[in-house]
Design a protein around this ligand. Structure first.
Ligand code: TRP
Length: 324
């Protein structure tokens, strides 16, 4: 049985792009019975950027509620908050002491963030070693990540190999599974949907809010109602096509091409499609928002399972390093 582990950032409530591009495919992988899967909310990593305790806490809850609402089964996947397993920070310290400063300096993600962010703290710099600890602590075989995390995985293997070289087989060297993510989810402006572009659609908002976002934010041209419109250059159609059956998206394309069918009609259909596609997820999400204790209980159960594995690994590491 292969152990698959991944961490998700807790930077706020995931949007339609996150859900279609990352969460739903990951849930499918995690719910496969032949995998022993671990999924955690990387709230210690979040501290490098978020210093508001309320937001930090709330973001973790929103992320957990989203994954659960999107079908992650806590009986099949160990889901937990990174900060509930303090063994991770202990291991991170050991790894920091075995990894050359000069190598850590080569991390692209740090350079990128150091250029953009105001708060360039030391945690941001050693971020890759905390991530390596997340992975090595659980003897993960496979780590599904986006392309941007590839270098972190290389550093993880590098530091693990350095320790193995000195002490024998302490760690399993993990392999990445690169999320193809070739499915580009357009935001309301037609560019890639992302929080920083302010072009997101939040599927857990009220019907009225989603309607407003669709009507006000999705850009359409001013082709008159009766004229023919090109479906493929329209964001409304591109989004609709991602959600609707072939039959229905084909019909919308025909309608747009034929003329006499306006953007208002298309937007109305898009709203209905979103509400229909995610009706179950929306219902579950509302349930969790109204029963936060249930989410907490799931996270605590997950943390206990994770701690069991973590303690074993850490014992092994401590012995090898001379702390016994
Ligand atoms: N750094 C990852 C990201 O930005 C999140 C993450 C933290 C992670 N720890 C991890 C992913 C361990 C995989 C494994 O997306």
């Amino acid at each position: 049985m292969a152990r698959i582990l991944t961490g998700v950032q807790s930077t706020g409530r995931p949007h339609l792009g996150n859900i279609l591009g990352a969460i739903l495919p990951a849930v499918e992988l995690a719910n496969k019975v032949e995998n022993d899967s671990f999924l955690f909310i990387a709230d210690l990593h979040s501290l490098t950027q978020i210093k508001d305790s309320k937001i930090l806490n709330e973001n973790s809850f929103q992320v957990a509620a989203t994954w659960l609402a999107c079908g992650l089964n806590p009986d099949l996947t160990t889901i937990y908050r990174q900060s509930d397993v303090p063994q991770c920070t202990e291991l991170a310290w050991y790894l920091n002491c075995y990894y050359p400063y000069q190598r850590l300096k080569l991390a692209h993600s740090f350079k990128d963030k150091a250029d953009r962010l105001e708060d360039v703290n030391a945690g941001l710099f050693s971020y890759p070693m905390l991530m390596a600890a997340d992975i090595l602590l659980y003897d993960a075989d496979f780590v599904p990540v986006g392309k941007d995390q590839l270098q972190h995985l290389e550093m993880t293997r590098d530091v693990a190999a350095r320790i193995n070289h000195k002490y024998g087989d302490v760690f399993i060297l993990p392999k990445e599974i690169i999320e193809k993510n070739n499915q580009l989810i357009p935001g309301t402006d037609g560019e890639k949907m992302s929080k920083s572009r302010n072009n997101t659609i939040d599927i857990f908002e009220s019907e009225k809010t989603i309607k407003n976002i669709i009507n006000k934010n999705i850009i359409t041209d001013n082709t008159p109602l009766e004229d023919s419109k090109d479906p493929n250059s329209s964001t409304v159609y591109r989004l609709f096509k991602l959600l609707a059956s072939k039959d229905r998206s084909g019909k919308m394309a025909d309608n747009l091409l034929a003329g006499g069918y306006g953007w208002g009609h298309a937007k109305k259909e898009l709203l209905e499609e979103i509400l229909y596609t995610f009706s179950e997820q929306r219902e579950k999400f509302t349930h969790y928002i109204n029963h936060p204790d249930e989410v907490e209980e799931i996270l605590q159960k997950g943390a206990l399972k994770a701690q069991k594995v973590a303690k074993k690994t850490l014992d092994r590491v401590r012995k090898n390093l001379g702390y016994n």
